[in-house]
Design a protein around this ligand. Structure first.
Ligand SMILES: [Fe+2]
Ligand SMILES: [Fe+2]
Length: 159
């Protein structure tokens, strides 16, 4: 497994935190759904999961919940390029991901908050309750931007 912007092998501790989730059908389903550029939803979630782990470990926060919540934060399980939701994907998908995460896994209240609040401040009414959730709002945007830029850059280089 590879994380965007990271060349060194991923820590065993990080892999231990997420290994039971990675092999499930629900998480594997995210490999079939393209998210940003050419990045699949699984790759994006793994990127967020890893940066969550690194930052939360450094800050003395719950790195395990941050890694697990990060991996499940976009478990909405539909192609947002083709499926139209009543209130739009941007506002709705975090809730959808939380519902799926609860359906398929036994998630903690902290993991639930990380998943459901990750679109803050766009979803200003869903204020994160935990520092790990705030970290996720940043890692999600950072990884998303990096994924789009990398994709555009690859396209430009091929021209
Ligand atoms: Fe998201
Ligand atoms: Fe995301």
């Amino acid at each position: 497994m590879k994380v965007i912007g990271i060349k060194k092998p991923l820590e065993k501790e990080f892999l231990n935190h997420i290994e039971d989730l990675v092999d499930t059908e629900a998480v594997k389903e995210m490999k079939k759904i393209v998210h940003h550029g050419k990045t699949t939803t699984f790759e994006h979630c793994l990127n967020v999961s890893y940066y969550n782990y690194l930052i939360c470990k450094k800050l003395g926060l719950d790195a395990r919940a941050a890694a697990r919540g990060g991996l499940l934060h976009d478990l909405f399980l539909y192609d947002w390029h083709t499926v139209t939701l009543a209130n739009g994907h941007a506002l709705q998908h975090a809730k959808r991901a939380r519902i799926n995460a609860e359906k398929y896994f036994d998630i903690s209240p902290l993991e639930r908050d990380i998943i459901e609040k990750h679109m803050f401040p766009l979803t200003f009414y869903a204020l994160p309750k935990h520092r790990e959730s705030f970290v996720t709002t940043l890692t999600d945007k950072y990884c998303g931007a990096l994924e789009v830029i990398t994709h555009r850059w690859d396209k430009l280089r091929r021209k």
